[in-house]
Design a protein around this ligand. Structure first.
Ligand code: PMP
Ligand code: GLU
Length: 397
């Protein structure tokens, strides 16, 4: 039978990557597509990190490293966790992987048994759902909406807990909403979990350095639940290092051992040169990420201003990451001469085909009333894209 396993048949293609692929296809045909689909900083990796990588090549870091990563890199990650997040890990509790995506997959495969429930506040990052499914867990969605700033409360989480609940996964700053959970909100969630000692939290903090307001707070620093929090982070977003493929987790030692075991039988350690670059990134003062954050902030404000000129698009004011996640349901059911907009997918397809702007449907993140707009691109592109969207949407009634 020429078809993949049932496991793979159940897996969806990543919607973010699918949109990026589609816009790339159109671009290669010579079309002037503006891609606001992929969550990838358009900046270059800071020089000091590139220099460390070049040195690593010259110093012949060209061999396999220990599966969880070089001890020196894991030590640097421990110091970073202590310095920035008030998290106390020893190097045995750290596993470096080929991106945070792999860290999340390792953790889910290590923690979830068949039919265990995993709570996902929605909007959730697109891959959480399919990684949980791959691990044979059952995703349990706690839905939020724009009028709650896309956040869920401790009470709403508690209502979804059953004897099968094993894990809660969320990102703060959040992809796709940009929402940031405050220390108070995270402490309330921690309080709920005190009654459920078997439930773990996967706190995805990959947008830590793209936080526009408060200091970043890590739920793992809350003493009473700290042994049940796995903190995932990486260099892709804050340090503009998506292509270097490094992410990492810090968590209980038994879980780090399990992740290490999976990695040892599948990918082995990530690239030695990338690990040395990451080691340098961890040692740097986080201030080096600041110029990029400031640019993201001014783009956010520009995009909010431009979108406010379009009828029927409702935005919240995200406090982090580099996405807007507007509610566009005003347009559902509207049509022009040949097209009917049914949902977030048909709206994204319509905008891609008609005015060559690539976005990602909110349905991929569990909120079908929304679309995701990435502002990891120049102000010029953002202005041009919004102009096109506005003009196109005026055809709908
Ligand atoms: N988590 C979130 C919330 C993300 O947006 C991404 C984006 N790539 C990842 C994890 C994975 O990052 P990477 O694998 O590049 O480290
Ligand atoms: N995390 C980014 C995004 O949400 C990159 C794409 C991906 O890894 O899915 O667009």
């Amino acid at each position: 039978m020429s078809k993949p396993s049932e496991r793979i048949q159940k897996l969806s293609e990543s919607a973010t990557l699918a949109m990026a692929r589609k816009s790339q296809e159109l671009k290669s045909k010579g079309l002037d597509v503006i891609s606001l689909s992929l969550g990838e900083p358009d900046f270059e990796t800071p020089e000091v990190i590139k220099t460390a990588a070049k040195l690593a090549i010259d110093e012949n870091f060209s061999h396999y490293t220990p599966v969880p990563g070089l001890l020196s890199a894991r030590k640097a990650i421990c110091s970073k966790f202590k310095r920035d997040n008030n998290l106390n890990f020893s190097p045995e509790q750290i596993v470096i992987s080929t991106g945070a995506k792999q860290s999340i997959t390792n953790i889910c495969l290590s923690l979830i048994n068949k039919n265990d429930e995993v709570i996902l506040p929605a909007p959730y990052w697109v891959s959480y759902l399919d990684i949980v499914k791959l691990a044979e867990g059952n995703p349990v969605i706690v839905k939020s909406s724009i009028n709650k700033d896309f956040k869920v409360t401790a009470k709403e989480i508690k209502e979804k807990i059953t004897h099968k609940t094993r894990l809660i996964i969320f990102s703060s700053p959040c992809n796709p909403s940009g929402s940031v959970y405050s220390e108070k909100e995270l402490r309330e969630i921690a309080d709920v979990l005190l009654d459920y000692p078997n439930i773990y939290i996967l706190s995805d903090e990959i947008y830590e350095h793209i936080n526009f307001t408060t200091d970043h707070f890590s739920i793992g620093s809350i003493e009473k639940i700290k042994d049940r929090v796995i903190t995932v982070n990486g260099v892709s977003k804050g340090f503009a290092m998506t292509g270097w493929r490094v992410g990492f987790m810090g968590g209980p030692k038994w879980l780090a051992n399990a992740c290490n075991k999976i990695q040892g039988q599948t990918t082995s350690a990530t690239c030695a040169i990338s690990q040395k670059a990451t080691e340098q990134a961890m040692k740097e003062n986080p201030k080096i990420t600041r110029p990029m954050k400031d640019i993201f902030l001014s783009r956010r404000d520009l995009l909010l201003k431009e979108l406010s000129k379009i009828n029927g698009i409702i935005c919240n004011k995200p406090q982090g990451a580099f996405y807007l996640f507007p509610d566009v349901s005003f347009y559902y059911g509207k049509k022009d001469n040949e097209n009917v907009i049914k949902d977030s997918e048909s709206l994204c397809l319509y905008l891609l085909e008609k005015c060559l702007v690539a976005l990602v449907p909110g349905s991929a993140f569990g909120n079908p009333e929304c679309i995701r707009i990435s502002y990891a691109t120049s102000e010029k592109n953002l202005k041009k894209a919004v102009k096109r969207i506005k003009k196109q949407l005026e055809h709908l009634s």
